[in-house]
Design a binder for this molecule. Structure first.
Ligand code: NZQ
Ligand code: ZN
Length: 404
């Protein structure tokens, strides 16, 4: 059943080898003249990427200021530094060279430069943005989908608060995606990225209730493709074609394509639970998602049983056996298939080196810690969240406890 929807994906995608050489032309096309080149800790400088991008900008006659040093789970203090630098230099375009952390930092700087007021007010939901400077992206890790998404997630590091703000204003004008740029990633980051990509589609896949057949089929194809290529990359990190599959999947997984026509905008409880983990403990986002997903799924699967049964069948070829059951026996067999599907995905996580518990993630979390995490997660979403099943603070606490 098709619900009404708006699909808005204004980002121009320029995909393939050497595409970063087009940055100057792409920024000019968008009307940018004074560019802030924004990047992370080391990787993009070390590989020579920032120098190549800078050359492309300068060859196009553009002014270029630089601000590096964005850390994973990007800090508000760096964003404030970027806003101050942007004002001083009269910046009119932000070019992010990096992954989700750099892109989200760039989006926050772009909000901060477009209008007066404290940019954290957006993330603490005190106000909505009215404007945002244009942002472009050179993607170096397939993961967050921020290169096409309307979202940015920022950490206020002095309060351990990680909060997101969603607004179409920040959707990047262009995204340069050269899969070869991701070949320098450590395996852990590659696989955490693949997990995040899977999760962006899974969050949209499990809401109970009607879904569109086409959307489901695209989602299942994406999940199968990412699982297959994540396993390839675990042993063949230089496989360009596998990198390309995963990179394109990362964008499609979070540009809303795999949520079109659904009754709700998705579940996103696992993301809510994970953002608390990365806010408090600074863990890698994708790994944090892998650590809580199984516990969440076992907590809610009976409430969205049709979806979990379909997931097992379409993604892992696990059918309800035998096919001719009825009544309680059928119900039992369906639950068994759903649980087998959950376990199959956890086994994928294990094969690609991702954690399936908080302990495996490296965290020793006490009952009291779980209370604190659940209270913060519930506060961040206004008390309740979830579309597979609506969950409250006590449910979130139970899931953290089960995930230990
Ligand atoms: O800082 P450098 O030295 O570049 O190292 C980075 C970083 O340590 C490294 N890296 C990136 N590209 C590389 C590379 N290392 C070698 N070669 C390369 N080509 O990878 C590490 C992780 O980078 P990061 O940008 O943090 O990764 P990711 O893209 O997974 O982004 C994670 C952030 O995005 C947010 C997450 O919460 C997290 O803060 N998310 C943003 C979303 C959005 N805006 O739509 C949605 C997501 O659900 C997510 O919440
Ligand atoms: Zn994510």
């Amino acid at each position: 059943m098709a619900e009404n929807f708006t699909f808005y994906a204004p980002t121009k995608v320029v995909f393939g080898r050497d595409t970063e050489q087009q940055c100057g032309a792409l920024v000019s096309e968008c009307g940018g003249t004074r560019v802030l080149l924004h990047y992370g800790g080391q990787s993009a400088v070390r590989s020579g990427l920032t120098a190549r991008v800078r050359k492309s900008l300068e060859d196009a006659g553009l002014f270029c200021a630089e601000l590096g040093g964005v850390v994973p789970n990007p800090h508000l203090s760096k964003i404030r530094e970027g806003i101050a630098l942007g004002k001083k230099e009269g910046i009119d375009f932000i070019l992010a060279v990096g992954g989700g952390s750099v892109i989200d930092s760039a989006k926050a700087i772009a909000y901060g430069l477009a209008e007066e007021g404290d940019v954290w007010d957006l993330y603490s939901k005190k106000r909505k943005a009215k404007a945002c400077l244009p942002v472009g992206v050179v993607l170096t890790i397939a993961a967050s989908g921020s290169e096409m998404s309307n979202s940015s997630v920022v950490t206020k590091e002095d309060e351990d608060l990680k909060r997101g703000y969603n607004d179409d204003l920040c959707r990047p004008r262009f995204a340069v995606m050269n899969p070869a740029l991701t070949q320098t990633l450590p395996d852990w980051q590659t696989e955490a990225g693949c997990t995040d990509i899977l999760m962006h589609t899974l969050e949209r896949y499990f809401p109970a209730g009607p879904h569109m057949e086409l959307t489901d089929t695209i989602a299942e194809g994406l999940l199968r493709t990412v699982i297959r290529n994540a396993e390839i990359l675990h042993t063949e990190p230089d496989n360009y074609d596998a990198r390309a599959e995963v990179m394109w999947a990362g964008s499609l997984s979070h540009n809303d394509l795999t949520g079109c026509g659904q009754l709700t905008r998705g579940d996103f409880v696992c993301h809510g639970l994970e953002h608390e983990l990365s806010g408090f403990y600074d863990v890698t986002h994708g790994a944090g998602l892998a650590a809580v997903w199984g516990s969440w799924a076992r907590y809610v699967y009976r409430d969205a049983l049709d979806r979990f049964v379909r997931f097992a069948e379409k993604v892992f070829d696990i059918g309800v056996q035998p096919a001719d059951l009825e009544g309680p026996a059928l119900q039992e067999a369906r639950e068994k298939a759903a649980l087998a599907g959950i376990e199959a995905l956890e086994n994928v996580f294990r094969r690609i080196g991702m954690p399936t518990s908080l302990t495996e993630l490296g965290l020793q979390v006490s009952e009291e810690d779980c209370r604190r995490l659940a209270a913060s997660a519930a506060a961040a979403c206004g008390g309740s969240k979830g579309a597979a099943r609506l969950l409250y603070e006590e449910d979130m606490f139970n899931i953290y406890m089960a995930a230990r």
